[in-house]
Design a protein around this ligand. Sequence first.
Ligand SMILES: [Ca+2]
Length: 293
Amino acid sequence: MEVSVHPRFADNGLVYLTYAAGTETANHTRLARARFDGRSLKDLQVIFEVPQRKAGGQHFGSRLVWLPDGTVLLAIGDGGNPPVQLDGALIRVQAQNRASALGKILHLTDAGQPVRAAAFAADPGALPGLWSLGHRNIQGLAYDRGRARVWATEHGAQGGDELNSPRAGANYGWPLVTHSREYFGPAISAATGSPRFVDPELVWTPAIAPSGLVVYNGAQMPAWRGQLFAGGLVSQAVHRLTLDAGGRVSGQHRIDIGARVRDVRQGPDGFLYVLTDAPRDGQLIRLEPAPPS
Ligand SMILES: [Ca+2]
């Protein structure tokens, strides 16, 4: 589900892959890495796997983003919608279980070993590598070098998609507080916020169904440097988000793509690249500045 190269890929050739593994009744998200020798991947090795097994095909996550110190964040989904259960309750409550990897961002070394967060040092039951909790299903994850922050977009159920700027040790509320409703109609939570949880930076209702996310820092479009670009599957657009001096979202502008947007990335040439899903499946689109009129 994710393909990401090591920050020193030019030297070590390491490629990181995430995928769903197992059967219809017992499956989980895995992180593996392999070495690219210029022709093929060699020495594939699973370096992390979600400890719990779940049923069904929903909410595996699993975006990866590298931090400046060479460690990596891995976002894991909450495991699925009602009626999917785990341990006698709806599986989505695992997003609040600090011992579970479901509904979390995890912090790992480049070898897949957990990095223990100081924020959870007083909680011996916390899963090693736990970084932030209370996420439903993150599908966009980006590091903002200019602001030294992480940004994440996650799917709500019906409405209530969120942009967050996750920090180590923080709880983002799912499913105890959300702006999202059940697909079959009723509210999921009595409140949309609480002092116990960090409010989203932005809420999308109706849902855009977020996909890839990038903080643009290229040279081709200087006016867009420092802005966020969030893909939308249902919205069939790229959402350009401007931020104010304090790093809060100050504006939103829609770039229509006319197809479900699966990913948005910045290329080494400084342009933005957009990957599409249906109905124009598998198109790779380059966004360039319009010529002067
Ligand atoms: Ca939230």
